[in-house]
Design a protein around this ligand. Structure first.
Ligand SMILES: [Zn+2]
Length: 337
């Protein structure tokens, strides 16, 4: 005898009931023993087993209105021998740990493949195809965000600004690229539309114009490869992927994630290497010694090392840059170029 709930099919309501097999008859009785239904076991079917979800007996496959539902899996399988009594494919899969492990490994493998190859490749082609209007908009938005978070107005005199603008902008690749002056830590970075921001602190750190030109060439390398846009798209795609895989964002605030990406301006080693090669090629084409590039990178590295504690904690990008052990690697690559 199996306990469960009987559905008459006439209303959505179910009645507490029991199911027994007598000869070849399935008999449903209510709590007081009154027979509610009697039908042939041969005509009944049992829903497939899937984990702990309740099982449903449909008494007549031709008119499936009356049903009996129970959580007693072993009991119901002993009683109902009609079609469907065998365990379903999903349940077999679920009960087989080997298969489960295998499916999990496949899913993980697919996710990693997506993250490492598919997303970056897709994102690169999207980034390279984005229209100028979109990039200009993204550039304005990024600068606005940075002005409201990290950047302060430049304190350079207008004469100094004019001189540096005259010196640097001929090295830009497009007329539409603009040079912005701001104050922050020693840094330079490219906006999505290719405009470049340099800080007063970088200008003070540089010993000569060539060092600034070298840094600008590096930034133009990020522009040519659309690195900022690619990183932003990649991070958003990964967050969305994570959401699709797990069904929740696990506390990761989607929008703030994107904002942080725009603000922290830290790139992967691969992107830095690409930008370095771009800078070296441009320096050689302009007849400027690559030593200037080497020197400014070492000065930046030393500055970050000295200042990582003092200004550190509130400036996560600074912390990131100072702990990112890549300057020595990059210097080696410059020397080998
Ligand atoms: Zn860079």
């Amino acid at each position: 005898m199996v306990e469960g709930r009987f559905g008459t099919g006439e209303t959505a309501q179910t009645l507490e009931a029991t199911l027994t097999l007598e000869d070849t008859w399935l008999i449903v009785r209510d709590r007081s023993g009154v027979i509610l239904y009697r039908g042939s076991n041969n005509k009944a079917s049992l829903s497939s087993r899937l984990g702990k979800t309740p099982r449903t007996v449909t008494f007549d496959r031709d008119s499936p209105s009356q049903t009996f539902e129970t959580d007693n899996h072993a009991g119901i399988e002993a009683v109902v021998t009609g079609q469907g009594g065998t365990r379903g494919f999903l349940h077999k899969l679920e009960s087989n740990l080997g298969l489960v492990a295998c499916a999990t490994a496949l899913t993980l493998g697919f996710a990693i493949w997506l993250a490492v190859y598919a997303v970056p490749a897709g994102v690169k082609s999207i980034a390279l195809a984005l229209p100028d209007a979109f990039l200009n908009n993204a550039g304005t938005h990024t600068l606005y965000l940075l002005d409201n978070t990290y950047l302060a107005p430049s304190e350079l005199s207008s004469e100094d600004k004019a001189r540096i603008r005259r010196m640097l902008t001929p090295h830009f690749e497009h007329q539409s690229q603009f040079l912005y002056f701001r104050s922050w830590i020693p840094n330079a970075f490219a906006l999505p539309n290719g405009s470049i921001v340099v800080t007063d602190e970088l200008i003070q750190l540089a010993e000569n114009d060539e060092e600034l030109i070298a840094i600008v060439y590096h930034e133009l390398g990020h522009v040519a490869q659309r690195h900022l846009i690619r990183r932003t798209l990649q991070d958003s795609a990964l967050l969305i992927g994570l959401f699709l895989l797990t069904g929740d964002l696990g506390g990761a605030d989607f929008l703030s994630g994107v904002t942080v990406t725009l603000a922290d301006l830290a790139y992967s080693r691969e992107f830095e290497r690409e930008a370095d090669f771009h800078a070296l090629a441009a320096l050689i084409a302009s007849g400027i010694s690559k030593d200037h590039y080497r020197n400014i990178l070492l000065k930046l590295d030393a500055w970050y090392a000295d200042n990582s504690d003092g200004i550190g904690n509130s400036l996560s990008p600074l912390k990131y840059l100072s702990t990112h052990p890549q300057t020595s690697e990059r210097i080696e690559a410059i020397d080998a170029y």
